[in-house]
Design a protein around this ligand. Structure first.
Ligand SMILES: Nc1ncnc2c1ncn2[C@@H]1O[C@H](COP(=O)(O)OP(=O)(O)OP(=O)(O)O)[C@@H](O)[C@H]1O
Ligand SMILES: [Mg+2]
Length: 152
């Protein structure tokens, strides 16, 4: 089945792109994959630079896994409310959360999900609007496996 991929970093620009994705989905009767990519440095870290001899490494690992799972749950909730306007409009939505470089993960997801359109904002959270385009969208348009719609 043909699908639209909307990638969001929760910025107003990305939200505008989501509105456009909704229009495309309505016209062509397609579901939307919604993706947000968490950069590794945004993950909560369990701050133990100096190993504590009284804490077993396995316990540290468990605590890290728990923090990651909690963080993912928070992001999933945020994504669910960010995409409510799509589900309210009757669009079939699948949520994706990935950790890594935003551009690489957007291209990878589009490839794996066989998306036939990627929808992005022209800028994102860092939003240096004097630049023509943000670096994520620039890299995605260079490497995408399908057409890219850049919304401004
Ligand atoms: N982490 C992310 N997860 C999902 N989509 C993203 C992410 N970052 C950016 N995007 C998508 O790319 C669009 C453009 O964002 P981009 O990161 O290119 O601009 P920027 O944040 O203003 O600039 P830069 O990151 O280069 O400093 C966003 O509107 C969004 O659609
Ligand atoms: Mg950015």
């Amino acid at each position: 089945m043909k699908k639209i991929l909307w990638a969001t970093d929760f910025s107003p620009h990305a939200h505008d792109a989501g509105r456009q994705a909704l229009d495309c989905a309505k016209c062509t009767d397609r579901p939307i994959d919604v993706l947000t990519v968490v950069a590794p440095d945004e993950l909560p870290t369990f701050l133990l630079d100096v190993p504590d001899p009284f804490i077993a490494p396995a316990a540290v690992h468990d605590a890290e896994r728990r923090l990651e799972a909690e963080h993912e749950e928070r992001v999933r909730q945020e994504l669910t409310s960010e995409t409510r306007f799509l589900t309210d409009a009757g669009i079939q939505v699948a949520l994706h959360i990935r950790v890594g470089s935003p551009a690489d993960e957007i291209v990878r997801t589009a490839t794996e999900s066989a998306s036939d359109l990627i929808v992005l904002g022209s800028h994102g959270r860092r939003s240096l609007t004097e630049l023509l385009l943000g670096s994520t969208v620039e890299s995605v348009t260079k490497h995408a496996p399908c057409p890219v719609l850049v919304v401004r």
